[in-house]
Design a protein around this ligand. Structure first.
Ligand SMILES: NC(=O)c1ccc[n+]([C@@H]2O[C@H](COP(=O)([O-])OP(=O)(O)OC[C@H]3O[C@@H](n4cnc5c(N)ncnc54)[C@H](OP(=O)(O)O)[C@@H]3O)[C@@H](O)[C@H]2O)c1
Length: 301
């Protein structure tokens, strides 16, 4: 089928495009710079600058992943606006695409899997978190809520919508792990603050499999937690990563240092949620990497 992907050039999107291509699907990718991202995508991908450029090539499915990186810069008011706009505006374009397709009598996409994040729940301390847990109101929650609300609007045109609240995506060659590895390899790693905050994580390969699962299963809609069944605290993550690398991790970073250096963005490192993939598991999704040990062993060899 024809699948339109926003954010297809990113860390998750590239692997998703590869898997979709291998499965024989046709790729329609939206990128701000089609020329620049061509080499990161499978040869046959049709890459265009805007969602609405695809009105003449109606997709049967959509995966919406585009957005300014949440950890790129301190969260000034301008940066917060950029984080929201970069997600909400392209999502609104997707709604407009569905509207235009419907108005012109073309087929509307059957399904849209739209990105969201564990940040939807905000800080949940030690509470176990399912898709039903009430969120804590803070910037990360408001960002995800606006992104999800924008995505839900495609349902007005008959498209099934699944919202994937993604945990920390782990794999080689990008994402958070790439940033964490250098200090840990030097034996300079350590927990952040008390280390008690939860870090729901997912192997990139399982995340891509979960996206394909949501695309395929016609009865699945609404929010889904996209993280492995066995989340860990930051202290456990630190210990497991250090053990895998056979290095000590004895340099904790005090909360005050992170708060001073990163401002409000330090909440990404100092708070979390014990997020469980309840709805994916109820639907029968099988994770290939259930434990962090197994995921890191696969990734770091
Ligand atoms: N990786 C994680 O650990 C993680 C965790 C939770 C949630 N998520 C969410 O899942 C999505 C995919 O994650 P990822 O790690 O693959 O992200 P990524 O590598 O940062 O890629 C996101 C893509 O979005 C596009 N983009 C970046 N800045 C943009 C802007 N200002 N305006 C419009 N488009 C922009 C880029 O595509 P072009 O340059 O081609 O336009 C980029 O390739 C993201 O929205 C992210 O927030 C990721």
């Amino acid at each position: 089928m024809r699948v339109l992907i926003t954010g297809g050039s990113g860390f998750v999107g590239q692997r998703l495009c590869q898997r979709l291509d291998e499965a024989g699907h046709r790729l329609l990718v939206v990128s701000r710079d089609p020329e620049a991202v061509k080499t990161r995508l499978p040869g046959g991908a049709d890459i265009r600058r805007s969602v609405l450029d695809f009105v003449d090539t109606p997709p049967e499915a959509i995966v919406n992943l585009a957005g300014e990186s949440i950890a790129a810069k301190r969260w000034s008011d301008d940066q917060k606006k950029r984080l929201i706009d970069s997600r909400v505006n392209i999502t609104r374009d997707l709604v407009m695409l569905c509207e235009q397709l419907k108005a012109s009598g073309s087929r509307v996409p059957k399904v849209m899997v739209s990105g969201s994040a564990m940040g939807y729940y905000g800080d949940q301390e030690e509470r176990e978190v399912s898709e039903e847990t009430s969120p804590h109101d803070e910037f990360a929650h408001r960002l995800c809520k606006r992104w999800e609300d924008a995505a839900r609007e495609v349902a007005d045109f008959g498209t099934r919508v699944a919202l994937l609240r993604i945990g920390l995506v782990l794999d080689a060659g990008g994402g958070s792990l790439e940033k964490m590895l250098p200090p840990f390899k030097l034996g300079l790693g350590g927990r952040f603050g008390t280390g008690k905050q939860f870090m729901p994580w997912i192997h990139r390969e399982d995340l891509v499999r979960a996206i394909l699962f949501l695309l395929d299963n016609e009865e699945l809609e609404g929010p889904f937690n996209g993280s492995a069944p066995r989340p860990v605290t930051n202290a456990e993550f630190t210990r497991t990563l250090a053990k895998q690398l056979r290095r000590p991790a004895i340099f904790p970073v005090p909360a005050i240092v992170l708060e001073t250096a990163l401002g409000e963005m330090s909440r990404l490192l100092l708070t979390g949620a014990d997020m469980r993939p309840q709805r994916l598991q109820e639907a029968g999704f099988q994770f290939q990497f259930e434990t962090l040990e197994a995921a890191l062993a696969d990734i770091l060899g």
